[in-house]
Design a protein around this ligand. Structure first.
Ligand SMILES: [Zn+2]
Length: 557
């Protein structure tokens, strides 16, 4: 059959229709611009706007409001409160060519924060036209912020005061070329300057009346220090596996009654740590590249599967940064944080994904908490120079120096190293806790065996795992880590992601068998069989069938 010749008249007709469509779109855009122009959201707030907000209850009274204005606001209807909070028309989305839209220049991967530019996603009237990021600050907590504004307890125009909040630890979050080398491709899921925002963008944040730009820009990282107390570490100190050195591990103050008399309970120890909280900030082209998909597909999926929450993912292809509504991460450093960047120091690391059931409540169905506390102990030993490898190295050095065997035997520590645990909010392999418990039920009802461990998750969730470790190494790069001596993790996905990011892993090891609760042997064997690392154990198909956990009948007591 011959092909049908394309009639040039038909082509002309199609072209005319396309042109007409384009004109319609331009007309709509013009109308939208006209609307937006009249929208107070794009100009300064109207003078009639009340200074204080509608108050939902008397407990959170803004200092500026007087008693009489409170009464006025309290008597306002919900509709009036809404009008006072959001005087402009609803602005569903913005477009690149729209009137007044002028995103603040942002060059991801630039070598200093001034060249890179601040990340701006506030919808405050002063800042909205300059937005260069989609989404909202604080990850999933942005919803609580919205609630607090709706309730009248937070003024949407409240300007945070960041005085005295600067990082409390030296040596953590120190800039280095990993932050920008390779065009910024090594860090695409956080803002490396997130903790320095109030300092490096001081002028942009300063009020216009004081010569600044008056923009609402927020830190996405904070750095502090703490003492942590864990029963597991107290026990390890008692067994002599961890040493109280007065620097990293401190003896806790004795416990006293109200009258000051001593209580006969061992107060245990506390551990000195530095820590950083990090909110997610995604550079969309970089994130798409990590996952091997197109930026346009990533945007479409994020738009569709968040219930269309962020239309600008579609209408603003010029904006490349997205602040997703997900949990962030926390970094815990044991020892001197500056050692993280020093390749001559021994570094022990664990990357841990949240498991509330085990980490906090001690559920024995998995090994998450034992793994986490064991990793912390390994981090402490490394920071103190008391990891067995460090002691062996110190002995070897003395041997080379010709020291006597008697002297060498006395050595119980090497050079101080550093430990780091990164805690990601990716509950239940990022499937969430509801899905996780559904899987538990299925497992327990169908005979909990290692051979069915992953297939049970797949039956319920459609996938085995949604953590996708591709973005995880960003924080390690941010910390300046170039090599990890001891990786306390069995996960092949974590290992591959870290090594793929250009960080060397010298040794990895699994959890000592005596720390594995009997009921979680199912999880361990299934993971080893699927490719997780194990220093010795080989799992056969037969083992998988034979490794079984408790059934419901055995749990109900
Ligand atoms: Zn767990």
């Amino acid at each position: 059959m011959s092909t049908i010749p394309v009639d040039s008249a038909v082509l002309a007709q199609i072209l005319a229709q396309l042109q007409s469509l384009e004109m319609n779109q331009e007309a709509m855009q013009a109308k939208l611009d006209a609307l937006t122009n009249a929208n107070p959201a794009f100009s300064s707030p109207p003078p009639s706007e009340p200074k204080s907000l509608p108050i939902a209850n008397g407990t959170n009274t803004p200092s500026s409001s007087s008693a009489s204005s409170q009464t006025n606001l309290a008597t306002k209807s919900s509709k009036e409160k809404e009008k006072a909070l959001y005087p402009g028309r609803v602005l569903l989305t913005t477009y690149p060519s729209q009137h007044s839209i002028s995103p603040y220049p942002l060059t991801w991967g630039a070598s200093n924060p001034t060249l890179r530019g601040p990340i701006i996603c506030s919808r405050l009237p002063s800042t909205l036209p300059f937005r260069n990021a989609i989404g909202a600050h604080s990850g999933s907590y942005s919803i609580y912020r919205a609630l607090s504004i709706a309730m009248g307890s937070l003024d949407p125009r409240y300007k945070p005061n960041y005085e005295m909040t600067e990082p409390a630890v030296d040596g953590l979050g120190v800039e280095w070329e990993g932050w920008w080398e390779d065009g910024g491709k090594r860090i695409v899921s956080m803002d490396p300057w997130g903790h320095l925002v109030p300092k490096v963008f001081e002028k942009e944040m300063r009020d216009k009346s004081e010569g600044g730009l008056g923009l609402d820009i927020r830190p996405s990282i904070s750095i502090t220090k703490a003492h942590i107390k864990l029963k597991e570490i107290d026990e390890s100190v008692k067994r002599g596996e961890i040493v109280v050195d007065g620097k990293i591990v401190l003896q806790s103050e004795p416990l006293r009654k109200d009258d000051g008399s001593l209580v006969d309970i061992d107060a245990g120890v506390e551990v000195n740590v530095s820590k950083a909280a990090v909110d997610p900030i995604w550079y969309l082209p970089g994130v798409a590249e990590r996952f091997g998909i197109s930026e346009s597909l990533l945007r479409r999926a994020l738009f569709e599967d968040t219930g269309g929450m962020y239309p600008e993912l579609i209408t603003r292809p010029d904006i490349k940064v997205f602040l997703p509504p997900i949990g962030g991460l926390t970094v815990y450093v044991f020892g001197n944080p500056a050692h993280l960047r020093d390749t001559s120091r021994t570094l022990t690391a664990r990357v841990h994904d949240e498991c509330n059931g085990s980490d906090v409540f001690g559920s024995d169905i998995c090994t998450c908490k034992p793994y986490l506390t064991y990793a912390m102990e390994e981090c402490i030993r490394t920071a103190q120079g008391r990891h067995p490898d460090q002691i062996a190295q110190a002995k070897e050095k003395l041997r080379k120096e010709g020291k006597s065997e008697e002297e060498i035997r006395k050595v119980d520590k090497g050079e101080d190293g550093v430990g780091v645990v990164v805690y990601f909010r990716k509950e239940g392999r990022a499937l969430g806790e509801v899905t996780k418990y559904l899987v538990y039920n299925l497992r327990k009802r169908t005979g909990d065996s290692a051979s069915r461990y992953f297939s049970s998750t797949e039956l319920v969730a459609g996938v085995k795992d949604m953590r996708f470790q591709a973005l995880m190494p960003d924080v390690l790069v941010w910390l300046g880590i170039k090599k990890i001596d001891n990786m306390v993790s069995m996960s092949d996905m974590k290992y591959n992601a870290i090594v793929g990011s250009g960080i060397e892993i010298k040794k990895r090891y699994d959890i000592p068998s005596y720390l594995i609760p009997p009921d979680s042997q199912v999880e361990i064997d299934a993971k080893i069989a699927s490719g997780y690392f194990s220093s010795g154990k080989q799992i056969t198909q037969e083992d998988l069938v034979n490794t079984v956990g408790r059934r419901w009948e055995e749990v109900e007591h």
